[in-house]
Design a protein around this ligand. Structure first.
Ligand SMILES: Nc1ncnc2c1ncn2[C@@H]1O[C@H](COP(=O)(O)OP(=O)(O)OP(=O)(O)O)[C@@H](O)[C@H]1O
Ligand SMILES: [Mg+2]
Length: 238
């Protein structure tokens, strides 16, 4: 569905990556990890079609509508929550749009905040508005660039749980950039790891985990073991 073949990307003769061969399928939840400046956002933009590879190829057979969710929630300050979500509802009209927004605000638990303006919202609420904006148009593919980075742990856990629920419920495909190994292990089935730690090459990890991973998985021995295994792997020179 998404395929990079011998893909490379350079900016001003500096190669961010070369010879990348990666495949993603419909329904995948993939986390992209690596140190600051390594090219995570660039890779995300290439996957979404906003940027192109410098060599090799990128192809996708997907016709599904896709949406971006950024670290900053990118809300318009002069519009309230309802109106900000309505901005995303471009493919719907009139009453249809009103009903869809009302429904999606319920899903992201913002019904009571519908009339509030961005300055009156917490970081977690703003992020929910961003996610609602993507959901309201039935976006099947989400490109998320460190969406939860600015949130405290408990809000982040809550939103991670919710995101997993949306992913399952709406059969989404999610590409998720994060700096957090533990977050990526909790959320995704596959890790795409830029060179970091002692590892000098790009790596792909497929995670074995229960298909219903939820809050209980976060506290399980299995989860801690996987985080430790991946961390150790990055620490040890090959
Ligand atoms: N349009 C551009 N023109 C020139 N250089 C660019 C462009 N976009 C990104 N870069 C450079 O490519 C490198 C990777 O940028 P990118 O934003 O993909 O990194 P990142 O892994 O997302 O970093 P961070 O974790 O800090 O968000 C950086 O050195 C950046 O300066
Ligand atoms: Mg980035």
């Amino acid at each position: 569905m998404f395929e990079l073949k011998n893909a490379g990307k350079e900016f001003q003769q500096r190669w961010l990556f070369k010879n990348l061969n990666l495949t993603a399928h419909a329904g995948d939840f993939i986390s992209i990890l690596g140190p600051s400046g390594c090219g995570k956002s660039t890779l995300l933009r290439i996957l979404s079609g906003l940027d192109t590879v410098s060599e090799g190829s990128f192809s996708t057979s997907s016709q599904d509508p896709s949406g971006f969710v950024f670290q900053e929630s990118c809300l318009l300050p002069w519009l309230n929550v309802f109106e900000n979500v309505a901005l995303g509802a471009t493919q719907r009209q009139g009453r249809d749009s009103h009903a869809a927004i009302t429904k999606i605000l319920e899903v992201v638990k913002l019904t009571d905040a519908a009339q509030l303006f961005p300055r009156q919202l917490s970081g977690g609420m703003k992020m929910r508005v961003s996610i609602a904006r993507a959901l309201v148009n039935n976006k099947k593919i989400l490109f998320m660039d460190e969406p939860f980075a600015a949130l405290d742990d408990f809000t982040r856990f809550e939103l991670q749980d919710e995101l997993l629920e949306y992913w399952r419920q709406y059969n989404m495909t999610i590409f998720f950039v994060t700096h957090s190994l533990s977050e990526s292990v909790f959320l995704s089935q596959k890790l795409w790891l830029f060179p970091q730690g002692q590892q000098k090459t790009f790596q792909e990890w497929v995670l074995e985990k229960p298909s219903t991973a939820a809050n209980s998985y976060r506290n399980s021995a299995e989860y801690f073991q996987t985080v430790t295994t991946v961390t150790e792997h990055l620490r040890v020179k090959k």
